[in-house]
Design a protein around this ligand. Structure first.
Ligand code: AMP
Length: 206
């Protein structure tokens, strides 16, 4: 099964993807995580990527498509998180025939609070929230024990820019899939366990 998880910044894509990966054994492929890995390597391209991410903008389509395709390789089952983010990206992966699209719907004002309270572990793989999804031990990742940090792009000014970019470039992707009639909408304003409960129902009907 191939799935695309869409939603604005802070809609809970990463958390939902972690659950799906565990329960449905689908490889979770997050372009954001892949790009942050490149940044961590400190390469020239990594430094360019870092500047773009810290401004809340999108990296060029060619780069995100390349990085994604490399990770997909010849896998048959996977879950794409944070991709596609432009209609051009969506068109360029038509050949992959991903026919299951889940859209985590939530209003902008609801997610500002979520993003400013979000913390991630040092590996960048596991997400928490100081209020809504705290770790068992304060400041430490439940899964790998690394220190929890705040992403630079979760700064309120950058969050605003990420929304501007989302509304301009990524919201049309939702319409693109809606027109193809392959979009399943989940209300992402509910508690995390409820959101995942609905996602699970959708997945079991695919
Ligand atoms: P995320 O972890 O999905 O919130 O992504 C963090 C940042 O990585 C985004 O704000 C973008 O700067 C960049 N990014 C992630 N996925 C893409 C993509 N598909 N196209 C362009 N930029 C991306």
């Amino acid at each position: 099964m191939k799935i695309i998880l869409l939603g604005p910044p802070g809609s809970g894509k990463g958390t939902v993807a972690d659950h799906i990966e565990k329960e449905f054994h689908l490889k979770h492929i997050s372009t954001g995580a892949l790009l942050r890995e490149e940044v961590a390597k400190g390469t020239t391209i990594g430094k360019d990527i870092q500047k773009i991410i810290e401004k809340g903008e999108l990296v060029p389509d060619d780069l995100s498509i390349q990085i994604m395709r490399l990770e997909i390789g010849n896998k048959k089952d996977y879950l794409l998180d944070g991709f596609p983010r432009t209609v051009n990206q969506a068109q360029k992966i038509e050949d992959l025939e991903v026919n299951h699209i889940i859209y985590l719907e939530i209003a902008e004002k609801e997610v500002i609070e979520r993003l400013s309270g979000r913390r991630v572990c040092a590996t960048g793989e596991h997400n928490y929230h100081v209020q809504y999804l705290p770790p068992k031990k304060e400041g430490k990742c439940d899964v790998d024990g690394t220190k929890l940090i705040q992403r630079k792009d979760d700064d309120p000014k950058v969050i605003k820019e990420r929304f501007r970019v989302y509304n301009r470039q990524t919201a049309p992707v939702v319409e693109y899939y809606r027109k193809k009639d392959i979009l399943k909408i989940v209300d992402a304003a509910q508690k995390p366990e409820k959101v995942y409960g609905e996602v699970r129902k959708v997945l079991n009907h695919f």
